[in-house]
Design a protein around this ligand. Structure first.
Ligand code: HEM
Length: 475
């Protein structure tokens, strides 16, 4: 048994009674243990993530099963059978840190692969698309789905006004309102990188790539009624399911697939391949199997490993890169910035965030620097000692760009409806009815004007979609 000490290591003699002047008298300021204990407690809360505050996570392994070295030189994919450790966090989007899990909402799926050339973070969702195409709208989404500034309550009106004001949102809204809108838990859903990223191979050729993780547990969802009943019994249903299955050694697995587009095809493809509101149909870009992700270890300490985890789309490794997707470009700034605020400038040193490979990253000082701060090594580059040398072998091939700088209107592509329409037509009659009914329940209580605007968007996707929602609303 370990004995209790103060943070400074001195023995604590009494952890039951504070120091008082006499048995019924007031406290003495010199009870430093009382003051230390309360002062620490007063600071135990750190800011929650602005979005995706409620979540759960675990550790595991990614194993390569198929060779994709013709497309990428990333070491994580360098040979069949290779294993890389992973930490993964699942989340809902709109709810705060104490929110219930079984809500109709997107699920976030963040992965950090500890590769031998640095950490690769894939920070995606359980849907392949997103509500819009321009990162300027992201703070507005946050304001629309979170609490109303006047009432402090969630507001369906704010939510639907925002969505219906952006016709490109219909694809994502259709998924969220569909029978897949409330996954039963985190294990029974797919995960998507959503954006287009790039692969660079050993010959320095670039490919555009999308990542899809298909659940090996099968898809399972809840109806609105099942979710309401479940939330009444258990607000942590998805978190508990993940934790319990890993404790029981029933390890969840996902199969990773990629879709690959040669660099030059991007300009010719009939869809803008960097538009996050659209998928690449599998008939054009089939799924190529890559490997298996397994979660097999619960964290020993939730706060240390999951609350303090910092996933950042800017964390890529040689052989994996970005794309011109303007949403991705916005995210490249936002995550590290949020984490410098949420966790501090030295959050890379927190063990769950630190690379498992050797690293030598130049930064010095800052709050909570606890790793020796690179000791006496010179702090400038270039220098006579040859410290901090850049590594030109890892340069990416140049990417040709053209065009004048302007606030280019992304609405020149007015095809908001063909993919949600195609998705609707893939649904069977039961799924279509669930979509109509879920939508009607979610949009009830919102002004008639907004309801009619949504029906108009649905009708443009497919007349039967609009008619179904209209009938479900009793209009
Ligand atoms: C969390 C910004 C779009 C998935 C966050 C956080 C920020 C943010 C600031 C909190 C990060 C932290 O405190 O650690 C943005 C911006 C976006 C955007 C500015 C658009 C311009 C997306 C998209 C996806 C996504 C398109 C999925 C494809 C996630 C996930 C998390 C997250 C999964 C939680 C990560 C975790 O588990 O720690 N986002 N986001 N976000 N975002 Fe986004």
């Amino acid at each position: 048994m370990k004995k209790l000490t103060t943070a400074a290591g001195a023995p604590v003699a009494d952890n039951q009674n504070i120091l008082t002047a006499g048995p019924r008298g007031p406290a003495l300021l010199q009870d430093v243990w009382l003051i230390e204990k309360l002062a620490h407690f007063d600071r135990e809360v750190i800011p929650e993530r602005r979005m995706h505050a409620k979540g759960a996570g675990a550790f595991g392994t990614f194993k390569v099963t198929h060779d994709i070295t013709q497309y990428t030189r990333a070491k994580i994919f360098s040979s069949v059978g290779k294993e890389t450790p992973v930490v993964m966090r699942f989340s809902t989007v709109a709810g705060e840190r104490g929110a219930a899990d079984a809500e109709r909402d997107i699920r976030g799926v963040a992965m950090k692969f500890y590769t031998e050339e640095g950490n690769w973070d894939l920070v995606g969702n359980n849907t392949p698309v997103f509500f819009f195409r321009d990162p300027l709208k992201f703070p507005d989404l946050n304001h629309a789905v979170k609490r109303d500034p006047r009432t402090g309550m969630r507001s369906a009106q704010n939510n639907w006004e925002f969505w219906t004001g952006l016709p490109e949102a219909l694809h994502q809204v259709t998924i969220v309102m569909s029978d897949r809108g409330i996954p039963r838990d985190f294990r029974h859903m797919h995960a998507f990188g959503s954006h287009t990223f790039s692969f660079i191979n050993a010959g320095n050729e670039r490919y555009w790539v999308k990542f899809t993780f298909k659940t090996q547990q099968g898809i399972q969802n809840l109806t609105d009624a099942e979710a309401a009943e479940l939330v009444g019994r258990d607000r942590e249903s998805s978190q508990r399911d993940l934790f319990d299955s890993i404790e029981k050694k029933d390890f969840p697995r996902w199969t990773l697939f990629v879709q690959i587009m040669p660099e030059k095809e991007a300009g010719k493809y009939h869809i803008n391949p960097f538009d996050l509101t659209k998928v690449w149909p599998h008939k054009d870009y089939p799924l190529i199997e890559v490997g298996v992700l397994e979660l097999n270890r619960n964290p020993e300490n939730f706060f240390a490993d999951i609350e303090q985890a910092a996933f950042n789309p800017a964390n890529v490794v040689p052989g994996i890169g970005f794309s011109p997707d303007r949403m991705l470009q916005g995210r490249l700034f936002s995550y590290g910035d949020a984490q410098r605020y949420r966790l501090g400038v030295n959050h890379h040193q927190i063990p769950v965030n630190a690379p498992k490979c050797p690293f030598h990253s130049f930064h010095r000082d800052g709050a909570m620097r606890v790793d020796g701060n690179y000791g006496g090594i010179t702090g400038n580059e270039p220098n006579a000692q040859g410290e901090w040398q850049e590594q030109p072998d890892f340069r990416e091939p140049p990417l040709s760009l053209e065009g004048a700088a302007d606030h280019w209107n992304h609405r020149v592509d007015e095809d908001y409806y063909s993919q949600p329409g195609a998705l609707f037509r893939l649904m069977n009659d039961t799924q279509k009815q669930a979509l109509f009914d879920n939508t009607a329940r979610a949009i009830a209580g919102v002004t008639r004007e907004v309801q009619l605007l949504h029906i108009e968007h649905c009708t443009k996707a497919d007349p039967a979609y609009g008619a179904g929602v209209k009938a479900a609303l009793g209009l």
